[in-house]
Design a protein around this ligand. Structure first.
Ligand SMILES: C[S@@+](CC[C@H](N)C(=O)[O-])C[C@H]1O[C@@H](n2cnc3c(N)ncnc32)[C@H](O)[C@@H]1O
Length: 313
């Protein structure tokens, strides 16, 4: 029981300003009666990790098909180029890579295409089974979200794509990931919303407006026409889930008041002996009804996502 408390508050100590505000509201301790009948206080760190595993359990096989925001040609081309730049930044001389929070192996594929030997790590045994089947890659199951099973100072490249917002204490995780790099190894973190997404500037607001206007003109556009949305069962399913606070994929830091803060990520990595090689903001092509012409027009002017390349000194 003490251990449970210690984990709850230990996890808090690494949190920085952006997540601190929400710590007590989100991290409400809740009691769970164990099979033995004793009362064990579960931290929400435990339940966040379990929510991720459960959330994806039924969706692992459909993951690629249900994420057009990741598996579309524009995003894949951008990602391939970004991974290429990350690989170019490696000075440790080896080719050992870790795909952290690997999912179905999106990054694994890009890193392998560039000649790296990739180990896949995830909390979800279901995803690990998929990458083992697809890539015959060695896997590490991150039991309870712990990185203890990942060797220190072992990797030339660690890729973390669309994962930070799932980690209960993403700030502390960044520091831990740096310790898994060799000196000269690179930490590549990508696909998290940037500050503009949360507080849109004029360009992003205009982009969103044009995108919406284009979509509204089409006869059938349930994303934006309320009466059409009301005809769809998924509308009522989504409302029910919101009402019951069911977060399907175990996202944690995806709210205006609690989101991944890039400045903090960079600061923590630098404090853990990294140098910043590149920081990129980009406008994600989200597919699924996106008007390509509008996206192209605003691609170089507006941004809603970010990525960084950091190197351990
Ligand atoms: C949005 S998916 C991204 C998957 C993959 N990186 C990609 O590019 O498609 C988030 C991934 O993070 C994993 N994840 C969730 N919580 C985690 C944790 N505490 N530690 C490591 N991975 C975690 C999930 O199981 C899932 O595979």
């Amino acid at each position: 029981m003490l251990g449970c408390f210690r984990r709850a508050f230990g996890a808090a100590s690494g949190q920085r300003a952006s997540t601190e505000t929400n710590f007590f509201s989100r991290r409400v301790l809740h009691a769970k009666r164990r099979a033995s009948g004793t009362l064990c206080v579960m931290t929400s760190v435990d339940s966040d990790v379990q929510a991720n595993i459960d959330g994806y359990a039924k969706r692992t096989r459909r993951y690629d098909a249900t994420h057009p925001d990741i598996f579309n040609s524009h995003e894949q081309a951008r990602l391939a180029a970004a991974v290429g730049r990350a690989v170019d930044a490696i000075t440790s001389g080896g080719s050992n890579a870790l795909d952290f929070g690997c999912g179905t192996g999106n990054l694994t594929r890009h890193m392998r295409d560039l000649g790296l030997t990739v180990t896949c790590a995830d909390v979800s045994p279901h995803f690990l089974q998929i990458v083992a089947e697809r890539y015959e890659a060695p896997t590490i199951e991150l039991a309870g979200g712990s990185t203890d099973a990942v060797a220190d100072g072992a990797f030339d490249l660690i890729g973390v794509y669309s994962v930070l917002h799932h980690l209960p204490d993403y700030v502390a995780s960044v520091g831990r990931l740096v310790s898994k790099l060799k000196p000269g190894g690179v930490l590549f973190i990508d696909h998290e919303c940037n500050h503009t997404y949360w507080s849109p500037d004029r360009e992003l607001a205009q982009f969103r407006q044009e995108m919406r206007a284009g979509q509204m003109q089409r006869f059938w556009c349930p994303d934006h026409k309320r009466w059409q949305r009301r005809l769809s069962p998924s509308h009522y399913r989504a409302r029910y889930r919101r009402f019951r606070n069911i977060n399907e994929e175990g996202d944690v830091h995806v709210y205006a008041h609690d989101h991944v803060d890039w400045e903090t990520v960079i600061q923590v990595a630098v404090e853990a002996s990294c140098e910043l090689i590149e920081r990129t903001d980009y406008l994600l092509f989200r597919a699924g009804g996106y008007d390509e012409a509008v996206w192209r027009k605003w691609n170089s002017r507006a941004s809603d996502m970010g990525g960084v390349i950091l190197r351990r000194t």
